[in-house]
Design a binder for this molecule. Structure first.
Ligand SMILES: Nc1ncnc2c1ncn2[C@@H]1O[C@H](COP(=O)(O)OP(=O)(O)OP(=O)(O)O)[C@@H](O)[C@H]1O
Length: 197
């Protein structure tokens, strides 16, 4: 069974309570847009859901492997993109670099060193890493930042396809996101009253 279930989460950063009383349950096929302005705590919540950050309160139950996309794609800047992705393909023992590069429109750039990639190309390379992991739970933190219109549509289509195939997808973004059946969680609704500006 595939499941991502969070109960009564609260997150403290420094001496600020970012959010509290946040619960969510997602199962196979569910897509969620985690919405909210800069600094409200979207990345913190994504890291809690991924198991990388301890919540101040509450619990997270995960049935299924997680792939997290954030602003640190961990691709060797000096290697050609194909080899940098190939490293992770070996580690994860999953996926085919050429096929995945095709899906994120990077097939022509596999010989280019990672450090020469543009902002949008870098974001698509990070997405390639997610695809290579072949994990059922996708946590995509600002996957649309820096992308042109065609690339935004490509990411939305990948998430739609992932969920249609029975995966779970969460997209944290301050931008609009278009995916069929997308649920929405507005993080501002979970900011404790005393912390509101
Ligand atoms: N290690 C830390 N110690 C103290 N405060 C932190 C720490 N990490 C993040 N914060 C603060 O917590 C708040 C939430 O940060 P977070 O990155 O989760 O927000 P976000 O909603 O993802 O923002 P953005 O849309 O700009 O990426 C911010 O005000 C940030 O400055």
């Amino acid at each position: 069974m595939l499941l991502l279930h969070a109960t009564d989460l609260a997150c403290m950063r420094g001496d600020r309570l970012l959010f509290a009383r946040l619960s969510l349950t997602l199962g196979a096929g569910d897509a969620l847009h985690l919405a909210g302005p800069n600094g409200i705590g979207k990345s913190s919540l994504m890291r809690i859901l991924a198991g990388l950050l301890r919540p101040f309160a509450g619990t997270v139950e995960r049935e299924g492997a997680v792939a997290l996309l954030d602003e640190r794609p961990a691709l060797d800047a000096h290697l050609p993109l194909g080899r940098a992705l190939g490293f992770w393909a070996q580690v994860d023992a999953a996926g085919n670099v050429s096929a995945v590069a095709e899906r994120v429109m990077l097939a022509d750039l596999l010989d280019v060193p990672v450090r020469y990639l543009s902002t949008g190309q870098r974001k698509r390379a990070a997405l390639a890493r997610v695809l290579l992991q072949d994990a059922p739970i996708w946590l995509l933190d600002e996957p649309l930042n820096g992308l042109d219109t065609a690339s935004v549509a490509m990411v939305e289509a990948l998430v739609a396809q992932h969920c249609a195939n029975g995966g779970i997808g969460i997209i944290a973004s301050h931008q609009p996101v278009a995916v069929p059946g997308l649920k929405r969680l507005e993080l501002a609704n979970h900011v404790p009253r005393e912390e509101r500006a």
